[in-house]
Design a protein around this ligand. Structure first.
Ligand code: OVM
Length: 400
């Protein structure tokens, strides 16, 4: 009898970053949930949690499950990060507390509501255009086109070079996984893309009335250094585009796939907010994040050592039958809040008011103009180490 040997621990040989897993993660999520509260992934020598309670508990306990060693597979204490760490995502208190306070203020629901009219107008115009076409690509023409217009406008970024935003997001979100083929491919054009991104993060590059310049106003009030402000603009450009592109794309996919749910939404437009939460639960655009243990900790009788990586399966928690009734049913009427797609705790998505605003604008405009969606071709997945979504979604709409 000893306390320093590994107790019986559930083990899996699955590779959560293989193409096979990413193409259809759901059977693997179930297997990981059923294997136990915490499961050892042999291929990577890391832990994973896939049940709702355990994912939630780990996200809430930032003292034990830290972010400053990186929220991807790579441990920043053992290998150099591929880019300077984010001072909000990849930080712990007290640094995180200070940077988070600034973004919490700038991105508060009340502050973001100021954007509502502009976001609604842009959504109406774009939706009118694609509905006119009858057939379009739900990804390029809507899920990408909309955030790529309204978000950089809101941040206060110039028009030129915005085509760098998606390649940068691909680098960032593939970068949370292993150094596999997906990461290598995303990094192919890394040099010029990073240069463009960093050039847009300075005070001089930002419009005077945007969200970016509001970060620099926190320098003037003594909350941040000039360099920190630039790094938080980088966080906007890293976290604010792909997440919403994949979220909107997944929403379109769900309604093309479950037309009766679109009918329910059209008949009850007040369900739009809840419907988007259900999309986030059911097809989570952000599937996973990692934490690193700061001490040895016991989880349901299994001992995790200090300095170990833990892969938190947000998307598996979202379909845990211990938490949800009929978890594999897409139901816009359900109470989907409590899903883990925005995370929870001190690192819970600080931009969620913008994500919700974009989805309300687009789904609201679509409910007025689209009677139904049909697939005009086979949707193609866009595989990513962290994100789940589509490369193309050929749609045909029946106008209202
Ligand atoms: C950041 C960052 C990057 C990617 C995602 C994210 C979901 C944050 O650079 O701070 O939050």
């Amino acid at each position: 009898m000893s306390t320093d040997t590994t107790l019986d621990r559930p083990v899996s040989t699955v590779d959560p970053f293989s193409h096979e897993f990413l193409r259809n993660p759901y059977p693997h999520h179930e297997a990981l949930r059923e294997a136990g509260s915490v499961v050892w992934l042999e291929q990577y020598g890391i832990w994973t949690m896939a049940r709702h309670q355990e994912v939630r508990d780990a996200l809430t306990d930032w003292q034990t499950y830290c972010s400053s060693a990186g929220v991807g597979l790579s441990d920043f204490r053992k290998e150099p990060p591929w880019r300077p760490p984010s001072i909000i995502l990849e930080a712990d208190p007290p640094l995180h507390t200070r940077t988070r306070a600034v973004l919490t203020r700038i991105l508060s629901p009340a502050a973001i509501n100021v954007l509502r009219e502009t976001f609604a107008r842009e959504a109406e115009a774009l939706v009118a255009r694609v509905v006119e076409q009858r057939e379009f690509d739900g990804i390029a023409d809507l899920a990408e086109a909309y955030p790529l217009k309204v978000f950089p406008d809101a941040v206060g970024i110039s028009e030129d070079g915005r085509e760098n935003l998606l390649p940068y997001g691909s680098m960032v979100f593939n970068g949370f996984g292993p150094r596999n083929d997906l990461f290598e491919k995303a990094m192919a054009c890394a040099g010029p893309v990073r240069e463009w991104i960093m050039s847009k993060c300075s005070r001089a590059a930002l419009a005077p009335d945007g969200l970016g310049m509001q970060i620099f106003q926190a320098v003037d009030s003594g909350e941040l250094s000039e360099a920190e402000a630039g790094m938080l603009v980088r966080s906007f450009l890293s976290a604010g585009v792909d997440t919403t592109v994949y979220g909107l794309g997944n929403a379109l996919y769900c309604f093309a796939h479950y037309p009766e749910q679109w009918t329910i939404l059209r008949e009850n437009p007040n369900l739009v907010r809840g419907a988007f939460e259900e999309v986030l639960r059911f097809e989570a655009p952000v599937q996973t994040f990692f934490r690193t243990t700061t001490r040895a900790v016991e989880v349901s009788g299994v001992r995790l050592g200090e300095g170990e990586k833990v892969l938190l399966f947000l998307a598996a928690a979202n379909r845990d039958p211990r938490r949800w009734d009929r978890p594999d049913v897409f139901d816009v009427r359900r109470r989907a809040t409590g899903h883990m797609t925005f995370g929870t705790g001190i690192h819970g998505c600080v931009g969620q008011a913008i994500a919700r605003l974009e989805s309300e604008a687009i789904l609201g405009a679509l409910t007025k103009r689209v009677a139904s969606f049909e697939l005009a071709g086979e949707p193609k997945p866009r595989l990513n180490n962290t994100l789940r979504g589509l490369d193309t979604l050929p749609l045909r709409v029946v106008p209202a």
